[in-house]
Design a protein around this ligand. Structure first.
Ligand SMILES: Nc1nc2c(ncn2[C@@H]2O[C@H](COP(=O)(O)OP(=O)(O)O)[C@@H](O)[C@H]2O)c(=O)[nH]1
Ligand SMILES: [Mg+2]
Ligand SMILES: [Zn+2]
Length: 474
């Protein structure tokens, strides 16, 4: 990762905006020429839209919104509340997942010092945004992330709050992406238009989505500013072919330029139509996958003022209610953790009850040293009713992914190390016996496996952990 690349990355929204007019100028000629040779109807609408955005119209709209924003702030009700859905940002490294997350939410999720230094995402990133639709405008232009319509300046209607889970695309971080997939209800697969499709993690991430049962996806064909229109079209055809081969045949492909916020309204419209909010079962007992955990006390806090440890994650079923008892399994040092819920919050503030959708934080009565530095990441929060006992021995039924089915050498063998991703937990194990599709796996640490839960199985190949199968424990 060169220094130049790190520098070119827009770290703030204002920097990204400053780059817009320039891009408009340089790509205008290209886009004009190409848009004349137009074919398919749907593609035509999208591409002429792309051309318009790059001509700089969107920049003007943005300026108008900035002014109007000051007059008409979102109401308190619109600002608070949990996200309704988690949408994953997945795809090959450098294709623009973090840039697109920023274009949509205004937040740059790579904040860890190592991420800034290397210019790649290492951890899962989270950023929330509210989608709006204007009743006075027709079509795509009605969609935005602004409470004031960027097109007409009138007040827009809130559609829903969305939480984006920005996954790392680097091949060595596949297990992190897999644990992120456990939190996603739908996804945007980001594919760069200026590279051949599919790139290795374009394919591997889509396989991971398929395996996790994530059917509702939209493809963002990014960096459209870097290619001429015929090349963009050819690339789109390749993407279509790839998606069909993977069993995703009715997926919308939206050409965008994340760096210049080009076609973001079209992408929002597509997410609204193609990725509906799932129905969660709030009556079931609580289950939350823990994605992070921390100590919120400042160093040197007085003992009396110390707040208990905090666990953050996504609720999969049920509700979290202040005052209720919770269990955290597998726990630490072979012991499950028992505590109670002292506070609840999400990105926009305190909650009385927390339900599925977005990232929520549970303040507990635990000693903060137990939760500091993501110590409880991968654990499952729930109750005696919802959580099976933790175990290190799994009896599983293995299903290989398509690519592996015909390749004996890629299948797992007895005594071979594997990494299992179970919810947000990644754990190393050894295959103790295998016969056909039945495998016994002995794990280094205890895990909680929910009934019927799909476990991602990765195996070491070419110096990294490659996704090869999923398993279901018996
Ligand atoms: N020209 C152009 N560059 C982009 C666009 N989107 C992202 N990039 C650049 O591509 C590089 C990788 O982006 P990043 O968001 O970190 O990719 P990620 O690894 O998928 O998260 C950065 O240098 C971005 O500035 C785009 O629409 N057009
Ligand atoms: Mg990234
Ligand atoms: Zn409007």
């Amino acid at each position: 990762m060169s220094e130049k690349k790190v520098k070119s990355k827009p770290k703030t929204a204002s920097k990204a905006k400053a780059a817009k007019p320039e891009a408009g100028k340089s790509s205008k000629a290209k886009t004009d020429k190409a848009s004349k040779k137009e074919a398919g109807k749907e593609v035509k609408a999208k591409e002429s839209k792309a051309a318009k955005v790059l001509e700089g119209k969107a920049v003007k709209a943005e300026e108008k919104t900035a002014k109007a924003d000051q007059d008409l702030k979102p109401t308190a009700k619109e600002k608070t509340g949990q996200a309704e859905i988690n949408i994953g940002m997945v795809g090959h490294v450098d294709h623009g997942k973090t840039s697109l997350t920023q274009a949509l939410t205004g937040k740059w999720t790579d904040t860890h010092s190592e991420e800034l230094k290397r210019g790649i995402s290492i951890r899962l990133g989270y950023a929330d945004v509210i989608f709006y639709k204007c009743d006075h405008c027709k079509g795509t232009e009605a969609y935005s992330t602004k409470p004031v319509c960027p097109t007409c300046g009138k007040k827009s209607k809130k559609l829903r709050k969305v939480s984006f889970v920005d996954a790392p695309g680097h091949e060595t971080l596949m297990t992190t992406m897999l644990s992120g997939a456990a939190l996603m209800n739908g996804a945007v697969l980001v594919i760069a238009a200026n590279e051949k499709c599919p790139q290795p993690q374009t394919e591997e991430h889509l396989t991971a989505l398929k395996m996790a049962g994530i059917e509702k996806i939209v493809v963002a064909q990014n960096k459209i500013d870097l290619v001429e229109m015929p090349k963009a079209k050819e690339n789109m055809k390749k993407i279509k072919g790839f998606l069909e081969k993977k069993g995703y045949d009715k997926v919308q492909i939206i050409p965008i330029a994340a760096n210049f916020a080009g076609n973001i309204d079209l992408l929002i419209e597509s997410m609204e139509k193609e990725i509906p909010t799932p129905k969660f079962d709030l009556k079931k007992p609580l289950i939350m996958y823990c994605a992070r955990s921390f100590d919120i006390n400042k160093p040197g806090s007085k003992l009396k003022e110390m707040k208990g440890g905090v666990v953050g994650g996504t609720i999969i079923q049920g509700k979290a209610i202040i005052g209720e008892k919770i269990l955290i399994r597998p726990g630490i040092e072979e012991k499950e953790i028992s505590t109670d819920i002292r506070s609840l919050s999400c990105s926009s503030g305190k909650l009385k009850e927390a339900i599925p959708g977005g990232l929520v934080a549970i303040g507990t009565g635990l000693d903060p040293s137990i939760t500091q530095n993501d110590r409880l990441r991968g654990q499952v929060v729930g109750t005696e009713k919802s959580l099976p006992k933790a175990t290190t021995e799994l009896d599983t039924e293995i299903s290989y992914i398509k690519r592996v089915v015909e390749k004996v050498e890629e299948k797992i063998k007895s005594n071979e190390p594997v990494v299992l991703t179970i919810g947000t937990m990644a754990v190393v194990g050894i295959v103790t016996s295998i016969s056909g599709s039945k495998a016994k796996i002995s794990l280094k640490n205890k895990v909680v496996v929910l009934p019927g839960q799909k476990i991602a199985v990765s195996k070491k190949a070419e110096g990294r952990w490659k996704l090869i199968a999923y398993a279901v424990a018996k």
